[in-house]
Write a protein that binds this ligand. Sequence first.
Ligand SMILES: Cc1ncc(COP(=O)(O)O)c(C=O)c1O
Length: 408
Amino acid sequence: MSELAIKGGEPVRTKPFPRWPVFDEREGDAIREVLHSGVWGIGGTKKKEFEEKFAAYQDARYGVAVTNGTAALETALRAAGISTGDEVIMPAYTFMATATAVLHVGGLPVFADIEPDTYTLDPEKVEAAITGKTRAVLPVHIGGRPANMDEMVRIAQKNNLLIIEDACQAWGAEWRNGKVGAIGDLGTFSFQSSKNITSGEGGIVVTNDRKLYELCWSYHNCGRVMNGEWYRHDVPGTNCRMTEFQAAILLVQLTRLEEHTKTRNENATYLSEKMSKIDGVEPLKQDPRVTNHAYHLFTFRYNAGGFDGLPKDEFVEALRAEGIPCSPGYRPLYKEAFMLNLANDRSLSREYGERADYSRVQLPVTEKACYEEAVWFFQNMLLGTREDMNDILDAVLKIKENVNTLTF
Ligand SMILES: Cc1ncc(COP(=O)(O)O)c(C=O)c1O
């Protein structure tokens, strides 16, 4: 029996996992090219080239590159015409920006529960959350796994709703061989530092709809009109344009995405197969309709029953001590102070009454995932070798075999 690292024993691993971001001299050359061109923003070619290439990569007709994923969500929501009085259905198992973007345009996030075996929006719960004020559904392809887009499209068509996909973690992800982002009306991506392709910060909105594209373009560019006069502003837009430097880096990053995604998938499949044989750690469901998983996160369901009742947070601490980076993940969004404080927001209360009081929300699957089950590994770990994956499995097994040495 080997002593657990959290008790002072030798960790399974002391080596780091592959470093992120991956880059080489090509990023350096691209930045220098922009630098010496003297055109760092408007008037350059890189942003446009990236918009075209990334949109095409996502099977979308149009792209508008912006400063970050949060701005992408807000741009998409504004183009969709979401504003005061409108409800938008979304999961509470997501990053806070999914909800704040809706709040920033004056809409109300309405949380629906997730499926227990995929952690993406549960279509039945979406249908149950629809009211006369619902204008859009906002599925999140969390961790890079597409939500059930067949059902999202069916529900949206039946109820005359828009679909805005939060694909901020899902570059290249496919639902039944179609890339996410423009399966719905609009889709948003992030290129923030941790993301599978990155320029430090960055984002893009994609769509197949010309009118929505022009509205996004206008909103992100001070309300200007495409091909219009410089000082003509038809909508109260903002400035959230991506710079030429960001676009130049992303054009290089994009060339590695396919190969990286393949490696992540191979390692994730291996980990899933091995973990599914260990009682107490269950990978999320493999679904043949997910024809490409972006694996921003590798998420599994921890079951304390397989570890003598060891609570999730203590399992996470023990795993980290063994040299395996991991996270217990999100807390239910509606439990965050910024959401609970909305009950005191006078304009929201006037518009939405007690629906703006999130202390009333209870989503059992989300809460179980957050508090008891979900554990994440990060995308850079999946760029490692088979030996790296075996270290992860060895560390899980070591905790399982020695859990009786822990007091909790
Ligand atoms: C699901 C999700 N939505 C939105 C965002 C916001 O993106 P950004 O951090 O680029 O503003 C993120 C990124 O952190 C995200 O993971």
